[in-house]
Design a protein around this ligand. Structure first.
Ligand SMILES: O=C(O)CCC(=O)C(=O)O
Length: 253
């Protein structure tokens, strides 16, 4: 079984080397523990009354999980989410792969509940599958609870960011992104992965941020998923990351 490299936020060179080689890397202690605990508390409250994703035979709904909960408009639920969005390692990584001008594509709280099955393997960049270009997306999935093999840690296929389209992974090519709360999985939009099966009695919670170059249209329209009052209270960098401007959709950063 392959493993993903664990490294630290201050070793940017090893983060890049691991993503170039494997397509993904785990950054231990990406957030400090008080921030992680506060985020967990805020989002646990936010999802408490949300329904589990519906059982359905629609392929796109099954993809998001049947025993999972997902939230967008991520800044609505926690004052600490902005620091995650603007995390210096995420910004540096996104700029390294995507160029100077980056924007948020989507952010999502992903709670994988007990009895959830493993998600279908996919590449996040397949959201723009007709774009014949590389390096469209850099993804960050922050663990708000411990991620373990049993509770639904993301399953990653190291090296698959360089595979040709259509090649399927074998079981012995799968790595489990086990990490402690506050750590993060950083990965290329080209690497094959999926949420893991949760065989425990507790919910695994991750906070996802996907960054794209500004020339690409985001998946989430953050000007809709966040209320105007909130958007207008944010600093200019955060507004630009969310694609919000009272002047309209800005292209120049
Ligand atoms: O939450 C996870 O571990 C991964 C989820 C994922 O890859 C997705 O929904 O696109």
């Amino acid at each position: 079984m392959p493993d993903l490299l664990h490294t630290t936020a201050n070793d940017f060179a090893s983060i890049i080397a691991a993503i170039d080689r494997d397509g993904g890397v785990i950054v231990d202690d990406y957030l400090d523990l008080p921030t992680t605990a506060a985020l967990l508390e805020d989002y646990s409250r936010a999802i408490a009354d949300e329904p589990w994703c519906n059982a359905s035979d629609r392929e796109d709904e099954v993809f998001f999980g049947l025993k999972s909960k997902r939230l967008h408009g991520i800044l609505n639920h926690s004052a600490h989410a902005e620091a995650c969005l603007l995390h210096p390692v995420a910004s540096a990584l996104a700029r390294h792969y995507l160029g100077k001008r980056i924007i948020l594509s989507t952010s999502e709280l992903i709670a994988i509940g007990p009895q959830e099955v493993r998600q279908a393997f996919h590449r996040d960049e397949d959201s723009w599958r007709h774009a014949e270009r590389n390096n469209l997306l850099v993804s960050v999935n922050i663990a708000l609870t411990d991620f373990t093999r049993d509770n639904g840690a993301t399953v990653v296929v190291p090296g698959s960011h360089t595979w040709e389209v259509g090649r399927e992974p074998h079981d012995d090519e799968l790595a489990c992104a086990e990490m402690s709360a506050g750590s993060a999985l950083l990965y290329s939009g080209r690497v094959i992965h999926g949420g893991g099966a949760n065989q425990t009695d507790h919910t695994r919670i991750g906070l996802y941020f996907g960054y794209i170059p500004t020339w690409l249209r985001p998946i989430e329209n953050c000007a809709i998923t966040h209320p105007r009052e909130l958007l207008e209270s944010l600093g200019p960098t955060t507004q630009r990351m969310l694609g919000y401007s009272t002047a309209g959709f800005e292209v120049v950063l």
